[in-house]
Design a protein around this ligand. Structure first.
Ligand code: IVH
Length: 681
């Protein structure tokens, strides 16, 4: 290992390795490295790029989140229109036969001809996106819009980790990939829980959450939203021989590194389509994401061309729907559930009703504002919706069936005190949520905090589930997370339904959880507004728990995407002596992780300097130039003022250049910028 390693080669190797791990994690759903190792690689690359800004490239995994909030999205004209798809509303098998019959008629086939070959796939319930790759690099992402013109959402789409910034293999000159950005149901649930805890807007369903996130003007917020993607088709292509069939197109996209859903089949004839519809229907509830049907496409691209379009819909494709997962029932009462942060969530107690394959007796009403907005009242007939594993929800009352005057529901009037611990319930001025003030004195909050602590994405204590936590808290065996590490076989053996074997398994799982990562530990603490991604960023930034514990609000806000609200939550949490004590006791109980060097914090040649970029530079894109400036601690501003230190001007620079001249601000060209970055001027 003699000699200094070549930084360019090392950066390239790190980028390739991180990209491979991202692909394994986000596309293949099969992680290849422990979190701590991934974090180490990521930090090394960040440090290397900070020290050598010339190594910054736009497709680096460190550059997924970068841009500033936009004032509005720019329009993008689709080179190939984004069509919609005809919907078959007959949700029975006959729907598949009707489509096949139409296709056969259009193709002039009669009963003696062989069956038509179809590609069958899922109809994802998200937002259609066009990804444009040029020479393998993602250059633009746009929404569908009206099919002719969409919106440029590149900044936000770059934060979707399942979407490669660079394609594998010999990528064509131009490849436009079409697909659906969506949110998994478990991610959606967690997002809503976080939104609720932060007193922010609750999303109605994963589709709305995905669409709302992609339409975020602030890419920092979009980056916090757990989005993912499936490719299902093509837009414009150049320099690429088209495969013969749709199934081959999907295989090719997969080989380029794009996520393509595994539930796809090549099928012959109508009966096979109907069978696919039934098979996926049976699977629907166990899928981790929402679908509202399946899609059949004539497999041969040549036949697709022959069939062509009617208005905006191709004749060669159809969406075959499933029955709605809604039913009407009586709302008997509204009670509340107390969450980890004390939030009181109103829960509808319903006359039992069969929806989407199960009997529903409870449904969420989210919060008082939602109840007001929907105007749901006790005694109403209500529409209940259940999608997959998502908690059923009350969609709306059937107002025509309301008998007489029903009083409006007022949560604070009905629950001035917490139904679990009797503490006061308060609702902050501009908060959507009412909270129990009991803190960890409240058994309900304590239980939720412990469940969060033990959760799969936190300390990952297998076997410490709801029933057990209930028993442990009710019997006063466990009060804080530290007590978990003090559990012994005797204490456990006395619990209901706890055999020797399960007790031993649990103790082994508890013991395993002692060795963790800083990110998981920080997440496990359950600090308000600190989700998994923020915990990861904090761990990356500070490198050690002591550095994090010592940070004040200003230091915390140095972490990418940590704003004043999150910083305040952290400082408040850590300012509570009781919380500090729990942290110290956990360390004393043997909870540990590997500590690392903190990521390069704002340092570099341009700390405190503000630059403005204008016009087109000869070789660097705006994003590249910006990344390089920021890697050296500089700020890139949108307009020129007396505070601007340098204006970097390319060709067709306009009013900003004039303003710079007027104010006497130093003007640089691309070479000048490079000289500045390298410390030559
Ligand atoms: S193909 C020419 N395939 O459904 C056909 N669309 O109206 C173009 N969608 O909003 C669409 N899953 O985003 C196709 N497997 C799938 C799909 C799918 C969901 C959405 C699409 C669009 C709508 C089509």
């Amino acid at each position: 290992m003699g000699g200094a390693p070549d930084p360019a080669a090392r950066a390239a190797a790190l980028r390739a390795e991180i990209t491979r791990h991202d692909h394994a994690y986000y596309v293949l759903d099969a992680p290849t490295v422990p979190d701590a190792e991934y974090d180490r690689l990521f930090r090394e690359l960040q440090a290397l790029e900070a020290a050598h800004p010339e190594l910054c490239v736009p497709d680096s995994p460190t550059r997924r989140v970068g841009g500033r909030p936009l004032a509005q999205f720019a329009p993008v004209r689709h080179r190939v229109p984004m069509l919609s798809i005809r919907t078959e509303t007959d949700t029975e098998a006959t729907g598949a036969y009707a489509f096949d019959a139409r296709v056969r008629r259009e193709l002039g086939l009669d009963d003696a001809d062989p069956p038509v070959e179809y590609a069958a796939e899922l109809k994802f319930d998200g937002l259609a996106i066009n990804l444009r790759y040029e020479h393998g690099v993602l250059v633009q992402a746009a929404t569908r819009g009206d099919g002719e013109t969409g919106e440029d959402v590149t900044q936000n789409v770059r934060t979707v980790r399942a979407i490669p910034l660079r394609l594998n293999g010999g990528a064509p000159a131009v490849l436009e990939v079409r697909g659906e950005v969506y949110m998994r149901r478990d991610d959606f649930e967690q997002l809503n829980a976080r939104q609720l805890a932060a007193g922010e807007k609750i999303f109605v369903n994963p589709r709305n959450a995905a669409a709302g996130s992609i339409r975020q003007l602030d890419p920092g917020i979009a980056a916090r939203r757990p989005l993912t993607f499936f490719a299902y088709g093509l837009g414009e292509t150049m320099g690429w021989p088209l495969p013969a069939s749709h199934a081959d197109v999907l295989d090719a996209l997969q080989a380029f590194g794009l996520p393509v859903c595994e539930h796809r089949s090549v099928l012959q004839g109508a009966a096979a389509l109907a069978e696919f519809h039934a098979r996926i229907g049976a699977l629907r509830d166990s899928l981790p994401f929402d679908i509202d049907g399946v899609v059949y496409k004539v497999n041969s691209l040549a036949l697709q061309q022959r069939l062509g379009f009617v208005t905006r819909e191709p004749r060669w494709a159809v969406a075959h729907k499933y029955p709605a997962q809604e039913a009407v029932t009586l709302l008997r009462d509204i009670e509340v559930q107390v969450g980890r942060t004390g939030a009181l969530t109103p829960v509808a107690r319903l006359e039992p009703v069969f929806v989407g394959g199960v009997t529903v007796t409870n449904a969420t009403l989210h919060n008082q504002d939602e109840i007001d907005r929907k105007d749901v009242r006790i005694g109403d007939w209500v529409i209940v919706r259940r999608a997959g594993d998502v908690i059923p929800e009350v969609v709306a009352p059937v107002v025509e069936r309301r008998s007489g005057e029903l009083p409006r529901f007022d949560l604070l009037a009905r629950y001035p005190a917490c139904p679990v611990c009797g503490s006061h319930v308060v609702r902050g001025e501009d908060e959507a949520v009412a909270r129990c003030t009991g803190g960890l004195f409240c058994p309900a909050q304590r239980k939720q905090a412990l469940l969060h602590f033990a959760g799969r994405r936190a300390m990952d204590i297998d076997g410490l589930g709801e029933k057990l936590v209930d028993q442990l808290v009710d019997a006063a065996i466990v009060k804080t997370p530290v007590d978990i590490y003090r559990l012994g076989i005797l204490g456990l053996a006395n619990l209901e339904r706890m055999g020797d074997k399960s007790a031993q398994n649990l103790l082994a799982a508890i013991d395993r959880s002692r060795h963790t990562t800083l990110a998981r530990f920080v997440f496990a603490l359950g600090i308000r507004n600190v989700g998994e991604a923020t915990a990861r960023d904090l761990a990356r930034h500070f490198g050690s728990l002591d550095a994090l514990l010592a940070a004040d609000e200003a230091a915390l806000q140095q972490v990418p995407d940590v704003g004043p609200i999150v910083a305040r939550s952290i400082v408040e949490f850590l300012g509570e002596p009781h919380n500090r004590e729990v942290i110290e006791q956990l360390r004393a109980a043997g909870v540990h992780w590997e500590e690392a060097e903190p990521a390069a914090i704002a340092s570099g040649r341009l700390v405190g300097k503000t630059l403005v970029l204008t016009g087109t530079l000869p070789t660097l894109t705006r994003d590249q130039a910006k990344a390089m400036v920021e890697a050296q601690g500089g700020k890139v501003a949108g307009s020129v003022s007396r505070k601007t230190d340098y204006v970097v001007a390319g060709s067709e620079a306009g009013s900003k250049l004039l303003k710079a001249e007027e104010l006497g601000v130093t003007i640089l060209d691309e070479q000048g910028l490079m000289a500045l970055l390298e410390g030559r001027i």
